[in-house]
Design a protein around this ligand. Structure first.
Ligand code: NAD
Length: 552
C-alpha cells in the first residue's frame, strides 16, 4: 500500500505529518528525504531518477528505488543499510547510535576514474552518478545553492564594486537545478541579471518557482530589457533561451560588456550535461544517443569557444570567474589554452568563510508544514541576535523563497554556530514547538568535506589541492560521531576524476540521544574543515582553532 501511494515510479511523494511509516525516526527520516529528492517538485527529471547537476541521481533504477523504500520501511535500530551507487546491496549489524544508512556513490580506483570508464559501467547498470546531494538524499531544490550563490555575488560586489550591485549587469549560462538560483541570488544582491539556457523548460521551472522574473526567446528583447533595468538600477532577472556561447558572441559584437560574468551550465559532464554549440536541443539529444564520441568532441570545442568569449569579456573589463562546473578544464581540452586565466570562485570569495568553519548548513521539516520552518527561522534569529548578515538573509528568504517539496531552509553557519543551532532544533522538537522531527545536513561543498582541485581546494596555500585524505577523515569523523546517514562520493560538481567528497545528515528527533549525536557531529564536521585549512597554513583557520580550543 505504501509503495503504491508514495513510490510508484515516476511518481514519488514524501510522506508528511508526525506518524511513522518506518520502524523508527532515523529510518523514517532517510525514507522521507529519499522520496523528497525524487519528488516532482524537487527533482529535475523524476522519470530518469535525476535530481540535479547533469545526471545526478538518487537511485540507480526504478527497481532499486522501490527496494530502497522497502528496506527503509523495515530497517531496525540495530541495522544499517548499505547503498552502492544507488543500489541497496545489504544490511549490516550495527547499533542505535550508528548511521542508519551508509552510502558510496560513483567511486572508482583513481587510474580508472574517467567519464569514459564510468559511462561504460553506467551503461552496463553497474553505477550511477551521485553528484553531491542527489545521491546522499539531502537535496532541497534550488534554495540549496541560493545562499551560497548570494554570498558569492555579495563577496564579488564587496571586492570590486564597493558592495553595491545596483546598475550592474550580471550574465551567466545555465538555469538548471543549481544554476537556477543565480537569477534570484543576483537580484537579492541588487544586480540586473541576464541568464541563458538552451532548454526553455528549465527557464519555465524557474518562472514557476519565482526564481526568475521574465523569459524570452528573443535576444534583442532580452538585451533591451536588461539594459533598461541596468540603467534604472532595477534588480530584475531575465532568462533567454539560447546557447550561452552564441549569446556572448553577440554581446561582444554589440559592444555590451557585463559587469560580472560567470557560468553554471553542466560543463562538468561533456556528454550528458553541456549542449554543444550549433545544434538545437532535440538534435543534441539525438546525437548523444547515436554518436557519443562525436558529441563529446563537439562539447569540448564548444566549451573552448565559450571560454574564449569569456576571456574576451574579461579583457574588456568584466569581473569573470569560474563557478565550480569545471568549464575551464574542458575548455582547455577543447583547445582554449588560456582557460585558467579565469579565476575560480572559492579562492576568490569563499575560502575565508571556510577558515571560520562556515558552510552550507541546511535543515528540513519532516512534518511537511511550512510553519515549522518559520518557527526555526525565528528561533535562529533569537539565538544569534548579533549575526545581522544571517538575520537579513532569513528575512529575505522568508519573503522570496518558495519551498520545493518538504519545507526547508539553508543558512551558512560557522564553527560553534552549527552545534548550537542543532541543539536548538532538537529542543524545538522535544517541546512540541514543531510538529515532527527535523533533519539537518549540508552540501558536500563545505570546508572539511571535499577535495576538488578546480573548486573547493583550488590553489591551497601549501599546494595540497588534490589530497583526498581530508574528505575521508571527514566521513570517518561523522560516522564515528553517529550521523544518521553518511556518504562518500566521487566526481560531484566538477565530474569524474576531479573530486572526492563526503556528506552527512543528522536527525533532531527531540531525544537525549539526538542531543549527544548533534554535540559530536555538528562539532566534528566543521572542525575537520578547520584542521584542514589550519594544516595548510591559513592563519584565519589557526585563529578559529584557538578560539574553539580545538587542540591541534
Ligand atoms: P543542471 O544539469 O540541472 O543544469 C545545467 C543547465 O545548463 C541545463 O538547464 C542545460 O540546459 C544548460 N545548458 C547546457 N549546455 C548549455 C549551453 N551550451 N548553453 C546554455 N545552456 C546550456 O545542472 P545544475 O544543478 O544547475 O548545475 C550546474 C553546474 O554547476 C554543474 O556543473 C554543477 O556540477 C555545478 N555546481 C556548482 C555549484 C557551485 O556551488 N558553484 C554547486 C552545485 C553544482
Amino acid at each position: 500500500q505504501f509503495l503504491e501511494t508514495y513510490a510508484s515510479h515516476p511518481v514519488y511523494i514524501s510522506p508528511r505529518g508526525s506518524q511513522l511509516h518506518a520502524k523508527n525516526w532515523p529510518a523514517e527520516a532517510a525514507l522521507r528525504m529519499f522520496l523528497n529528492n525524487l519528488s516532482a517538485q524537487v527533482a529535475e527529471d523524476p522519470e530518469k531518477l535525476v535530481v540535479y547537476g547533469g545526471i545526478g541521481q538518487a537511485a540507480r533504477t526504478p527497481a532499486d528505488a522501490r527496494k530502497i523504500v522497502e528496506l527503509l520501511l523495515t530497517l531496525e535500530e540495530d541495522e544499517s543499510l548499505l547503498i552502492q551507487s544507488g543500489k541497496p546491496v545489504g544490511k549490516i549489524r550495527s547499533h542505535a547510535e550508528a548511521p542508519r544508512v551508509l552510502i558510496a556513490n560513483s567511486n572508482l580506483v583513481p587510474k580508472w576514474a574517467t567519464w569514459e570508464h564510468f559511462n561504460q559501467l553506467r551503461e552496463r547498470g553497474l553505477m550511477m552518478y551521485g553528484q553531491m546531494t542527489a545521491g546522499s538524499w539531502i537535496y532541497i531544490g534550488t534554495q540549496g545553492i541560493l545562499q551560497g550563490t548570494y554570498e558569492t555575488f555579495a563577496a564579488c560586489a564587496r571586492k570590486h564594486y564597493n558592495g553595491d550591485l545596483r546598475h550592474k549587469l550580471l550574465v551567466s549560462g545555465g538555469l538548471g537545478g543549481m544554476g537556477g538560483a543565480q537569477p534570484l541570488a543576483a537580484t537579492m544582491a541588487g544586480a540586473t541579471f541576464l541568464g541563458v539556457d538552451i532548454d526553455p523548460e528549465r527557464i519555465r521551472k524557474r518562472l514557476e518557482t519565482r526564481y526568475i522574473d521574465k523569459m524570452t526567446f528573443d535576444y534583442r528583447e532580452a538585451v533591451r530589457l536588461a539594459l533598461a533595468a541596468k540603467d534604472k538600477g532595477e534588480a530584475v532577472s531575465i532568462g533567454l533561451v539560447g546557447d550561452i556561447g552564441d549569446v556572448l558572441e553577440k554581446l561582444i559584437q554589440d559592444g555590451i560588456t557585463p559587469d560580472i560574468l560567470t557560468d553554471q551550465t553542466s560543463a562538468h559532464d561533456p556528454l550528458n550535461g553541456y549542449v554543444p554549440h550549433g545544434m538545437c536541443l532535440p538534435q543534441a539529444l539525438a546525437l548523444r544517443e547515436v554518436d557519443p564520441g562525436e558529441y563529446r568532441a563537439r562539447s569540448l570545442r564548444s566549451m573552448a569557444r565559450h571560454v574564449g568569449f569569456m576571456l574576451e569579456m574579461q579583457r574588456r573589463g568584466s569581473c569573470t570567474f569560474d563557478y565550480g562546473n569545471n568549464l575551464r578544464e574542458f575548455a582547455q581540452q577543447g583547445g582554449e589554452p588560456n582557460a585558467f586565466q579565469i579565476p575560480g570562485f572559492v579562492p576568490e570569495y569563499i575560502r575565508p568563510l571556510f577558515c571560520e568553519g562556515k558552510g552550507p548548513f541546511r535543515w528540513v521539516a519532516l512534518s511537511g508544514d511550512p510553519e515549522d520552518i518559520r518557527v526555526t527561522d525565528e528561533a535562529l534569529k533569537a539565538l544569534f541576535p548579533e549575526n545581522t548578515n544571517m538575520i537579513n538573509w532569513l528575512k529575505q528568504a522568508q519573503l522570496k523563497v518558495d519551498f520545493q517539496g518538504l519545507p526547508s531552509r539553508i543558512c551558512w553557519l560557522g564553527m560553534g554556530e552549527r552545534e548550537k543551532a542543532g541543539l536548538l532544533f532538537n529542543q524545538l522538537v522535544r517541546d512540541g514547538k514543531v510538529k515532527a522531527p527535523i533533519v539537518i545536513g549540508r552540501d558536500h561543498l563545505d570546508c572539511g568535506s571535499v577535495a576538488s582541485p578546480y573548486r573547493e581546494t583550488e590553489g591551497m596555500l601549501d599546494g595540497s589541492d588534490a589530497v583526498s585524505d581530508w574528505p575521508l577523515l571527514n566521513l570517518m569523523a561523522n560516522t564515528s560521531g553517529g550521523a544518521t546517514w553518511v556518504s562518500f562520493h566521487h566526481g560531484g560538481g566538477v565530474g569524474m576524476g576531479y573530486s572526492q567528497h563526503a556528506g552527512m545528515v543528522i536527525l533532531a528527533d527531540g531525544t537525549d540521544r539526538a542531543d549527544q549525536s548533534i554535540r559530536r557531529v555538528l562539532h566534528n564536521d566543521p572542525a575537520t574543515g578547520i584542521f584542514r585549512h589550519a594544516d595548510a597554513g591559513y592563519e584565519a583557520a589557526q585563529e578559529t582553532s584557538e578560539k574553539f580550543d580545538l587542540g591541534l
